[in-house]
Write a protein that binds this ligand. Structure first.
Ligand code: ADP
Length: 254
């Protein structure tokens, strides 16, 4: 008896992308991520990490119709095309690297409510979700405050609350630990460990990748250079050096 294949949470089938300037940011990237996997994407600056993440949420130009030749990104077996953006984005909680790209309301409460209201949820349900999400990120008292007057770490957590309030099945996070102090970083780690869905996280923080993600993708020059168990890949000094990275202290031979 043959068993049915598990539908992948994310599938990249030869993802290639060139910016209008001619710069090739991604070159034939192929990988499949199963539901519930936590995967870090690491590599030097300019490797293509943000470009890859943006493709998952349809933030860059994409085909308007789906054919096997044109679609390179699949979310829950659904080819990402212009016509399916709403369905795709419903599933994904996308955290931008810079909180200022995500926060634009006069209060934290309104910012966190923006996503779920956009999904068409009723007011009462949104209020519950906003409260729960602010508790989850450790900011239960911050609802009435102005996001512009919070620290960067707090603003990042408000963004994450907004993402969680939409109840996504997967999280796509771009440099979630940048500008966080150790306590905020630790709190973020705990929040993400509690989230049961698929997570894909671009990060320069290799210790964070090591603590959170069993699997890592190494990207450099737009190409996938390695894909494997995090402790094995990040402990490889030649690979790390070749791609402008350093073996984390915890994995160094003494
Ligand atoms: P990373 O997130 O790994 O630092 P990016 O995905 O931001 O890398 O960038 C990948 C490559 O694409 C880099 O060479 C970068 O300079 C280029 N790039 C990024 N954004 C743009 C853009 N809007 N226009 C042209 N080139 C870009």
């Amino acid at each position: 008896m043959t068993s049915l294949p598990i539908p992948m949470a994310i599938e990249l089938r030869g993802l290639t992308f060139r910016y209008p300037t001619g710069r090739v940011a991604l070159d034939d990237v192929r990988c499949a991520i199963a539901p519930g996997e936590r995967v870090a994407v690491v590599g030097p600056s300019g490797a293509g990490k943000s470009t890859l993440l943006m493709h998952l949420n349809g933030l860059l130009p994409m085909p308007s119709v789906a054919t096997d030749d044109t679609v390179q990104v699949f979310i829950q077996s659904l080819g990402v095309t212009k016509g399916r953006l709403r369905d795709v984005r419903r599933q994904i909680g996308f955290l931008f690297q810079d909180p200022d790209d995500q926060l634009f309301c006069p209060t934290v409460r309104e910012d966190v409510a923006f996503g779920p209201l956009n999904l068409g949820l009723d007011q009462a349900e949104v209020l519950v979700r906003v409260d729960q999400s602010l508790i989850a990120v450790g900011l239960p008292e911050h609802g009435p405050r102005n996001p512009a007057q919070l620290s960067t770490g707090e603003r990042k957590r408000v963004c994450l609350a907004g993402v969680l309030a939409c109840d996504p099945v997967m999280l796509v996070l771009d440099e979630p630990t940048s500008n966080l102090d150790p306590r905020a970083r630790r709190q973020l780690l705990e929040i993400l460990r509690r989230f049961p869905g698929t997570q894909i996280i671009a990060t320069h923080d290799l210790d964070f990748a090591l603590e959170l993600c069993p699997r890592v993708l190494v990207l450099d020059g737009g190409k996938l250079q390695a894909d494997g168990p995090v402790e094995q890949v990040l402990a490889n000094p030649n690979l790390m050096e070749r791609h402008g990275l350093e073996v984390p202290w915890r994995l160094r031979a003494v």
